[in-house]
Design a protein around this ligand. Structure first.
Ligand SMILES: Cc1cc2nc3c(=O)[nH]c(=O)nc-3n(C[C@H](O)[C@H](O)[C@H](O)COP(=O)(O)OP(=O)(O)OC[C@H]3O[C@@H](n4cnc5c(N)ncnc54)[C@H](O)[C@@H]3O)c2cc1C
Length: 341
């Protein structure tokens, strides 16, 4: 094994995202530890400038694919661009970040190149040979894998490496010309629409995870539950903070039991042992007891805070950096006021 190809696509502003720069940091480590040659391939609008911006990464050569057809995320054109880069550089390993765009197109490119692909890579080891890690069974088992088949395509998950600090060192990107047939453009991309906030609530790229627990539906100090108010507060928080919404199991289970619940919650929001294990820089748990089967889903949340009226709740057992003993309704109302300014 002696050749590695790092692939990235540009974002709408023509830059390479921090997530893709994490994958570049992985590529540089593999190159250095296993003494491989590194090629870089960048696709999309502004690809030449973007390739120049990481030209200090130690790659031997840089290739770009740009032009109107490659500005948008589309299977046919993206797969053709990756295939062309692989055929040009003949790598043993092809490595990139698992963006939506690459998760859709790179498996097809791997097939066309006679390779194999592994996605959701959560770690690498480079002691004597390249081994990669990924989770199975909802992140309960971590496997370490190697493959004989080449080229071996790898798409990384977020949070495995610090983003590579790119700098412009030289300008030597080679543009690859790819013939774009009408067939390849059968799918016309008219634009992207994504919710900025509000009730479309699961946002893997958000900085903050906001978790709501069953306490939001329970009787409060006045002896009554106040579901409407709970919904208003939570939706306003999501709208203003752009946080991703997580839930405890108890809260989403209430839904299945036909009880009055928060309308926008579903099992997809559930965090924990039998739910998701999201990755965010910060997390705030509200009205949630912090029991182990829930908190185990927080293992990739770097900075944790919780608000609970009970000083003996699970979060107090060393599971959070800061626990506020307070009424979450009052705290979140105040926070929403501050977020509005
Ligand atoms: C096999 C198994 C798997 C499980 N998997 C999961 C899982 O994946 N995810 C998960 O979440 N759970 C899971 N559970 C359930 C878990 O053990 C807990 O029962 C659940 O997390 C409790 O949810 P909760 O904290 O929202 O509710 P509760 O335990 O009812 O806690 C509500 C909290 O809200 C607080 N509160 C009430 N009003 C306010 C207020 N005004 N301000 C502030 N705080 C307030 C209360 O003090 C209380 O601590 C699992 C359990 C088992 C047995």
């Amino acid at each position: 094994m002696n050749k590695l190809l790092y692939i990235a696509h540009t974002e709408a502003d023509g830059t390479i995202s921090d997530n893709s720069l994490e994958a570049l940091a992985a590529a540089v480590k593999i190159k250095q530890d296993l003494k491989l040659s590194l090629s870089v391939g960048v696709i999309g609008s502004g690809a030449v400038e973007a390739a120049n911006s990481i030209s200090n990464c130690g790659a031997d050569d840089f290739y770009t694919v740009s032009g109107a057809a490659f500005t948008v995320s589309r299977y046919a054109t993206d797969a053709a661009a990756v295939e062309a880069m692989v055929k040009k550089t003949e790598p043993d390993i092809v490595l990139g970040f698992g963006t939506v765009r690459f998760m859709r197109s790179v498996p097809g490119a791997a097939f066309r190149c006679g390779g194999r692909i592994d996605t959701h890579i959560s770690g690498i080891s480079t002691e004597d040979e390249l081994l990669v890690k990924r989770w199975y069974y909802r992140q309960r088992m971590e496997a370490t894998l190697k493959r004989e088949q080449r080229p071996w395509f790898l798409l990384l998950d977020k949070g495995v490496f610090e983003p590579f600090q790119g700098e412009k060192a030289e300008e030597n990107a080679d543009g690859l010309d790819i013939e774009v047939s009408d067939d390849m453009q059968d799918t016309a991309v008219s634009g992207l629409e994504m919710p900025e906030g509000g009730s479309q609530t699961i946002k893997p790229d958000a900085e903050l995870l906001f978790v709501a627990g069953a306490g939001w539906t329970k009787k409060q100090a006045d002896g009554q539950p106040d579901l409407k108010e709970a919904e208003n507060i939570i939706l306003q928080t999501l709208e203003r903070s752009k946080a991703s919404l997580g839930s405890s199991k108890s809260l989403v289970d209430l839904n299945a039991e036909g009880e009055q619940v928060l309308k926008f919650m579903s099992h997809l929001n559930q965090v924990g042992q039998t739910g998701a294990t999201p990755r965010h820089d910060k997390g705030l748990a509200t009205c949630c007891h912090g029991e182990e089967p829930h908190v185990v889903g927080w293992r990739f949340i770097k900075e944790r805070r919780a608000v609970n009226t009970d000083a003996n709740c699970g979060w107090a057992q060393g599971k959070t950096d800061v626990l506020y003993i307070a009424d979450a309704f009052a705290v979140m109302r105040k926070l929403n006021e501050l977020l509005a300014t």
